[in-house]
Design a binder for this molecule. Structure first.
Ligand SMILES: Cc1cc2nc3c(=O)[nH]c(=O)nc-3n(C[C@H](O)[C@H](O)[C@H](O)COP(=O)(O)OP(=O)(O)OC[C@H]3O[C@@H](n4cnc5c(N)ncnc54)[C@H](O)[C@@H]3O)c2cc1C
Length: 234
């Protein structure tokens, strides 16, 4: 099953705050004038200018906080490599891991009945061993070593809009791993609802121009709809 993403909070009026920051730089306006009337509009043209000129510190004034459930530790390990983000991840030292179906089953495995059965049986057996180690008095922080890499985790993460653009550029590329791509896809959908102008041009290079990859996947996204509705588990 795919992870689920909830946008917990974001800077109020993210489009307007980025526009205000940009306009402050270019015009003789006071703080009280920044968010009033025409001054609050973040236009496609202004965003284009900010990108082109590399004036991206303006994007850092809008932050977004997400809760993520059901992500594997395989994917969370990749996610936390993004150093410009803030993370809080469920502890396997303090929280006992549930049993049952708590390992994320990759679609390639789920599609082959024999592979899926083997996968689930091994995950269950690892979890049983985990339970036995706890019964034997082994602390949870050590018993967890036996759990599969694909075990589910939960996180809260915060990124500003500049880092989100960078994250979407890297992680929505079809060459990124399927699960972090699915996470990024859901995050982008949330961001576009909260800040439609700021994230209108977020995503991998193939949506807006030529592919920037050394080894292109050969399947560029047709447009944003293709990206947001498309099959990520390929
Ligand atoms: C398809 C794909 C495959 C990958 N494969 C591997 C792999 O095989 N092995 C592996 O180890 N990693 C791998 N990675 C992870 C990758 O190397 C990065 O660690 C990860 O994508 C985070 O990117 P980042 O460092 O640009 O971003 P962030 O950490 O989010 O930083 C954002 C930007 O801030 C700047 N920045 C941040 N920290 C510094 C710093 N210390 N010094 C200078 N500038 C800084 C950089 O401009 C950086 O791009 C892979 C990533 C992708 C997308």
């Amino acid at each position: 099953m795919a992870c689920t993403v909830t946008l917990l909070a974001h800077t109020p009026e993210p489009d307007a705050i980025v526009a205000a920051a940009a306009r402050l730089c270019y015009r003789d306006v006071t703080a009280s004038e920044l968010l009033s009337g025409e001054e609050e509009k973040l236009s496609e043209g202004l965003i284009g200018h900010l990108w082109k000129s590399g004036h991206l510190s303006t994007f850092e004034h809008a932050s977004f906080t997400f809760a993520v459930d059901g992500l594997s530790r395989v994917a969370s390990h990749q996610l936390v490599r993004h150093r410009m983000a803030s993370f809080s991840q469920q502890s396997q030292r303090y929280v006992k891991m549930d049993g049952g179906e708590s390992a994320v089953v990759p679609p390639t495995v789920g599609a082959v009945p024999e592979a899926a059965a083997l996968f689930r049986q091994q995950a269950r057996s690892a979890h049983e061993a985990y339970g036995k180690l706890l019964e034997l008095g082994i602390p949870a922080e050590d018993a967890r070593f036996i759990l599969p890499h694909g075990w589910e985790t939960r996180l809260v993460l915060t990124m500003n809009a500049r880092e989100l653009h960078h994250f979407f550029h890297l992680r929505l590329c079809r060459r990124a791993q399927w699960e972090i791509r699915e996470l990024a896809r859901q995050m982008l959908a949330e961001c576009r609802r909260a800040a439609p102008v700021l994230f209108r041009k977020a995503g991998p290079s193939c949506i807006f121009g030529p592919c920037g990859e050394a080894k292109p996947c050969g399947k560029p996204y047709k447009d944003m709809t293709d990206l947001l509705d498309g099959e990520t588990a390929e």
